[in-house]
Design a protein around this ligand. Structure first.
Ligand code: ZN
Length: 263
């Protein structure tokens, strides 16, 4: 049974409830959803912001480490006076001010083999915004294991890519990138407008998947060259022998939204 919306929620979300394909039922599905966001930085923090204001009922934010001054060009939930303190708690505070109607859990840890299963099990959907492929591979394998959808968003300099993974229905991250791109964990340049662009699209993927609005990037990889404003949508390769998802039976005729699954 989906939760009802309060009068304040009906008012807060009025302009998006007006959207054909979202409506009051879509809003109730958002309220009933728990989203896990890993890597709450320029990408994950901004994605979390748009999930929060859209009314996703519960956010689990996972990110270790303290805020550094050179994070501030893109981590828009942070403030200068927070430098040296744990980022994830400031993200929680900022989002709670933006939308007091949702629950926000902040965990000051990096995703690892010890915490990942319980995090994924508690979530309906995950947004992979981690900064390295070790965490990304771990989240991908765990989401496949528990049958949880995952929005995969990553960037390097002015390039970005995005896809939405539904285990048993689409290729997984290990199918798409069996060999990891040679991205420097700390060394690449980043503009807040680039990570923010990708973050908005990632939040939109999650909202589409939960509500049934539009068409998420299922089995499709969106690549973006934001230096030239060039976008391409490619079919994502499914490896039948994938070590992560190869044993799952893939059903291409599955419905294009999780509204049946997330209730
Ligand atoms: Zn796979």
């Amino acid at each position: 049974m989906l939760p009802l919306l309060t009068p304040i929620e009906l008012e807060r979300y009025h302009r998006q409830i007006m959207l054909p394909g979202l409506g009051e039922m879509g809003q109730r599905r958002l309220k009933n959803t728990t989203a896990l966001v890993t890597g709450v930085g320029g990408l994950g923090g901004t994605a979390a912001l748009y999930l929060a204001v859209a009314g996703v009922g519960r956010l689990i934010l996972v990110r270790g480490g303290n805020l550094q001054r050179d994070d501030l060009n893109r981590q828009i939930l942070m403030t200068d006076d927070w430098v040296g303190k744990p980022r994830v708690f400031k993200a929680q505070e900022t989002l709670a001010h933006l939308n007091p109607d949702i629950q926000i859990e902040a965990i000051c840890e990096y995703v690892n083999a010890d915490n990942i299963d319980s995090l994924v099990q508690r979530a309906d959907i995950a947004l992979d915004c981690a900064f390295d492929f070790k965490e990304r591979d771990l989240l991908n394998a765990t989401c496949v294991r528990w049958g949880k959808p995952m929005v995969e968003a990553a960037m390097n300099d002015m390039d970005a890519y995005l896809t939405t993974i539904v285990p048993g229905q689409t290729p997984c991250l290990a199918c798409i990138f069996p060999e990891k791109p040679d991205w420097d964990r700390w060394g690449f340049g980043v503009l807040g407008a680039v990570s923010g662009t990708l973050a908005c699209l990632a939040a939109l993927e999650a909202i589409k998947l939960v509500t049934g609005l539009g068409e998420p990037l299922l089995g499709k990889l969106l690549t973006m060259d934001l230096a030239r404003a060039e976008f391409a949508k490619r079919r994502a390769y499914h490896d039948p022998n994938c070590p992560v998802c190869g044993t799952l039976r893939h059903e291409s005729s599955s419905p294009h939204c999780l509204s049946q699954r997330i209730r």
